[in-house]
Ligand binder design. Structure first.
Ligand SMILES: *Cc1c(COP(=O)(O)O)cnc(C)c1O
Length: 420
């Protein structure tokens, strides 16, 4: 069973003020999750979570996380600007980008961000474009496939990211020669994994690699960045990961590998996105049509531009029909949006209670990579984001787009009669 964080009665009130569709986020849930993560890594005095901005790039959310002591992980120019606008500066900002434009490096350098290089050629590129800072991190790609207890999690050999093992040694040596003093090491080897061993196994690999790099090059290892990838239970039969057990698993790897090598002061960093905000958001949409042809369809006022994951990855997002939580799930529907694309299906062959037009559907777990992945195909406008506070109050934290926003990038075209 999955229970929404908002009741049907509360939703009635919210939708009386704000038209559907919208993403709604639960401030208290996000705070509690950030605190739980910090508790799980409290054994490491230098621990810090750098929230992956791309998962939920809303300044209200970023400020909330800043108040919880989190930094931010950015990967583009505008994400850096967003971080700056929310009061993050210097080592509050991790810059983990790839195929990085020069101006992005210049801004990251101006802000004093911790820069995580994706490729060995970026050493010269960064040096030429912005100069090398005292502290730099490198992203590792071990190649082959990445397994946990013989289960293949992903195939880094096919991934575009990172340095090979040989390039790490070469890269650290080159950086040392050019005056870099402190080093970080980063890897991201599996996405949305519910394996409790993911971080501990990844940490073991990074810790051993860091010890080798330290021995080979003499580099001072300042931090190890476990990046993102910790999953959430999208499906009702899944259970949330035990983050305390994850933190404990990483601690054991730390004591086994780093401490005996004299690296007992290394800081542990994470760049989680989905884990922090994913479960604490939902997409609220209204059924506007019922269609009976070869299958049963429910047409809703949201579509794939509001939530791309089902169309893009075949991802499951649970749906609750507000006010029908206890009704028998004796209908099977495709829940669809209005794009002229047949993959615009938020759910396929989904057992649900009978849905009538006007019903509110709560699409779960859209707090990360939901609104953020939105786009304007079919000239669909992107919708609002709302924040539910612990006291039940709701505030608009991003307004819905209007046609004027759609035309804003055409405002040079005076020959057209466009709205201004
Ligand atoms: C996407 C991404 C993250 C966050 O991933 P989640 O799956 O949301 O935890 C962290 N770091 C980097 C470099 C990423 O690309």
């Amino acid at each position: 069973m999955k229970t929404p964080f908002v009741t049907a009665a509360a939703l009635q009130e919210i939708t009386a003020r704000y038209p559907t569709p919208f993403h709604l986020y639960n401030a208290q849930g996000i705070r509690a999750t950030a605190r739980r993560l910090q508790a799980a890594f409290a054994w490491n005095p230098g621990f810090r979570e750098f929230f992956a901005v791309k998962a939920l790039p809303n300044p209200y959310i970023l400020r909330l996380l800043r108040a919880e002591g989190c930094g931010v992980d950015c990967s583009s120019y505008a994400e850096l600007l967003l971080a700056r606008a929310c009061g993050f500066s210097g080592e509050d900002i991790m810059f983990s980008s790839n195929q990085t434009p020069a101006e992005d490096y210049r801004l990251a350098s101006e802000l004093g961000a911790l820069i995580n290089l994706d490729d060995i050629t970026h050493i010269d590129f960064l040096a030429d474009m912005a100069g090398l800072p005292d502290t730099l991190s490198c992203r590792y790609n071990p190649g082959d496939s990445f397994s946990i207890h013989n289960a293949v999690m992903d195939t880094p050999a096919q991934a575009k990211y990172g340095f090979t093992r040989a390039q790490l040694t070469d890269g650290y040596e080159r950086l040392l020669r050019r005056g870099v003093q402190n080093f970080g090491l980063h890897a991201f080897l599996a996405s949305n994994t519910n394996a409790e061993d993911y971080y501990p196994v990844l940490a073991g690999l990074l810790f051993e690699t860091a010890v080798q790099l330290h021995r080979e090059t003499g580099a001072r290892i300042d931090f190890i960045n476990l990046s993102g990838g910790v999953g959430i239970p999208y499906e009702p039969n899944q259970t949330p990961i035990d983050i305390m057990a994850v933190g404990e698993g990483v601690r054991r790897a730390y004591e086994r590998v780093l401490t005996p090598a004299g690296l007992g002061d290394v800081r542990i960093f994470t760049e989680l996105g989905r884990y922090i905000t994913g479960p604490h958001g939902c997409l609220v949409t209204r059924a506007i049509h019922r269609k009976h042809i070869h299958k049963e369809y429910i047409g809703v006022d949201a579509c794939t531009v509001d939530l791309m994951r089902p169309a893009m990855y075949g991802a499951y997002h649970h749906i609750t029909v507000a006010g029908k939580e206890a009704a028998p799930q004796d209908h099977v529907y495709d829940v669809v949006g209005g794009l002229c694309e047949n993959n615009d299906k938020l759910a396929v062959d989904r057992p649900l209670p009978q849905i009538d037009t006007g019903d509110l559907l709560i699409i779960h777990d859209t707090g990360a990579h939901g609104h953020a992945m939105g786009y304007n195909y079919n000239a669909k406008l992107r919708h609002a984001e709302l924040l539910l506070e612990a006291d039940g109050s709701v505030r608009l934290i991003r307004r819905a787009e209007t046609p004027k926003d759609y035309f804003a990038t055409l405002d040079f075209a005076t020959e057209f009669d466009l709205p201004r």
